[in-house]
Design a protein around this ligand. Structure first.
Ligand code: MD6
Ligand code: FE
Length: 242
């Protein structure tokens, strides 16, 4: 089973710490180095064109080298076992995984049974530059969208370190990203994400519902054969409990 099954007490501790960090988060993010950064929801910041074309090409090459050893697979929905339309793989010590048994983090690739490849150094650097968090990322979830793949409205809530933001990089075709509030019923807003855009997703929106409604085929030449790759960097374990 997954690593890091957490007790209720640990969850409560993480939640209290999260509440404290929410209060400090607004200040931390003003360290964002670019005036073109855009606030789309409290605690969510979009840095348009953070990665130039050369950086995007480099990152795609690093992803491609790693997916040779850790190929994309289709996760399945908890209980129903219905396959995702998105294909996924992971880099780092903790890989996010889903099947009939539920959402969890795993140390090994489900098909190769080998540890996940390392997180590219450029992404770790990006995390420290924009992430406003003291500890290193442990998971880089790689989402690959092709052939009409989308991602339903969801919360990212399988991490103990809910005080850490999620840092998200978009590569390839543009996509319509929808974000709401911490309740599934809250009003949502949509924003188009382009190749090279970076989102820092934290603070009071760390548990906000969000998803990808659609990917616009043919809008970027970056990925051979088309499609969109999203990289989300996360801290999974609470660094103070090590
Ligand atoms: C995607 N992103 O952009 C899916 N989650 O393809 C996410 O699910 C996501 O962009 C948490 C924080 C930022 C994200
Ligand atoms: Fe997410």
């Amino acid at each position: 089973f997954g690593i890091g099954v957490r007790s209720l007490a640990q969850r409560a501790r993480a939640w209290r710490k999260f509440q404290r960090v929410v209060r400090n988060f607004r200040e931390a993010i003003f360290m964002m180095p670019d005036a073109a950064s855009l606030k789309i929801s409290p605690g969510v910041f979009l840095w348009r064109g953070c990665l130039d074309r050369a950086a995007q090409d480099e990152l795609i090459a690093e992803v491609a080298a790693r997916t040779e050893h850790a190929p994309f697979y289709r996760p399945r929905m908890p209980r129903s076992g219905k396959p995702f339309s998105v294909e996924e793989t992971n880099f780092g010590s903790h890989g996010w995984f889903s099947d009939e048994s539920g959402y969890r983090y795993e140390a090994m690739h489900p098909l190769t049974k080998l540890p996940w490849p390392d997180i590219p150094v450029s992404l770790v650097t990006l995390w420290h530059a924009v992430g406003a968090y003291e500890a290193a990322p442990e998971c880089c979830l790689v989402n690959f969208y092709r052939d009409g793949a989308r991602m339903g409205l969801h919360q990212d809530r399988d991490e103990a370190a809910l005080d850490a933001p999620v840092v998200s990089v978009s590569l390839g075709d543009s996509a319509l990203f929808r974000i709401g509030g911490v309740s599934r019923r809250d009003r949502t807003t949509s924003v188009t994400l382009h190749s090279g855009d970076v989102i820092v997703f934290g603070g009071e929106s760390r548990l906000a519902y969000h998803g990808i409604d659609r990917v616009m085929a043919g809008t970027s030449p970056l990925i051979a054969g088309g499609g969109r790759i999203n990289l989300t960097l996360r801290r999974v374990t609470d660094p103070s409990e090590k």
